[in-house]
Design a protein around this ligand. Sequence first.
Ligand code: UD1
Ligand code: CA
Length: 480
Amino acid sequence: MPRPAKRRARRKPSPSRIAIAILAAGKGTRLKSRHPKVLHQVAGKALLEHVIAAAKRLAPARDIHAIIGHEAERVRQAVARTGVRFVLQARQRGTGHALLVARPALEPYRHVLVLSGDVPLIRPETLERLLAFHREQKAAMTILTAEVEDPTGYGRILRRRGDEVAAIVEQKSLRPAEAGIREINSGIYVFATQPLFAHLAKLTTENAHREYYLTDIAALLHAAREKVVALKAEAPEEILGINTRAELATLDAKLRRAKCDELMAAGVTIVRPETCLIDAQVRIGRDTVIEPFVQILGKSRVGSDCRIRSYSVLSDTELGNRVLVRPGCIVDGSRVGTGAVLGPYSHLRPGSEIGEEAHIGNFVETKMTRVGKGSKANHLSYLGDARIGAGVNIGAGTITCNYDGRQKHSTTIEDGAFIGSDATLIAPVRIGKRAYVGAGSSITGDVPADALAIARGRQVNKAGWVRKRRQAEAEAARKR
Ligand code: UD1
Ligand code: CA
């Protein structure tokens, strides 16, 4: 009989493991948004993604239960790849109701850590401290709190003696005597599951919002002689909740600044950090200089000794060392080799691979194109689906005509070729090594190595044509 027992053990979480419940079902009325609150972003990442990332540092994804409701499908899809589980709270009747709905998922665990989907700065270290304190106190409920200058909008902590708490009072239910309390409820708690669910069903909707407030459980447990304690967070900023767009902007600025500070501490110069947006995952090498108003997004990697000049936006892009990005470049999903020079105003679209020391100049657009070492396309070109060798010169205004209205075709330009200005290369086509293409040519067939291709109307000079026309016009005027 040992086998079925074993299988059951795998399905059910062991009672010593903790569950993490993330409250993420609310609508976020105060954001005045048509989109779910927890999908609004700070530092390039949805609020809920920040919270899940912190949760995953404490527990495996299978023990993390996100409670979703408003626009549940969109929220589920947005974070599905994190592997967390979902509980549907179809009607959002309050934070207490959210946990009631999640009861079947949470009850098998001995403890549950409750996080808020709209409190994104929480650090795993603080949650570890909270869990340790909860265990040490053998508490039924442990509340993470903070002492703040302006407690407006938050629930307030009514302490009894020492660490013990008698109740959490919501802003709208505050009595005059409680108005001075500056210790706020973060909305983050640890519960012993048994007393939590023994008392949770007693919550009522007798309050300003006609909702089941999870915060009321503190007074219920306290009255039932269960131990309720509070632990203050070291940095109050960690527990800032997002309820308005202004708070989103403030928090975003804080996180962006922290990223810039981290980079500067590691040897990157950022001339005006308050004007730059650099996503959390971005890595930048030493002595690189980031000028004002630059964005470096997604999984971008920038080497050392680069210079990114103003108004450039790099997304999911890798730059080697000593790359110069002149002002106004848009670079997306591309790789740029050491010593290359881009811009001003270059547009590198996904799949562009620019070789070492190559130059891509103003108003040059590239897409799915490889440009070899030291090659130059300095002005006004479109290079799409092209493989360009080393030491190639692409004249101003050169266009690869890669699209016939149905399919894309490729252009190959071999090492050392010289493409004259305003050439149109009608793909599929190959220009051989060291070949020349005359300016203004429309190239429809392959050009062999070392050949010169000219494909344009021949020039005709009509001697004296202008003089004759003027004489004819003068004669006509006399006759009138
Ligand atoms: C809550 C606390 C308050 C605390 C503050 C900290 C309550 C009653 N109040 O207030 O004491 O100071 O957080 O930020 O809990 N949610 C659901 N289902 C629902 C309702 C809400 O999942 O039915 C989710 C929301 O999506 C949100 C979280 O719970 O992520 C908190 O809800 P919210 O309405 O923002 O509570 P606050 O008014 O901020
Ligand atoms: Ca909130």
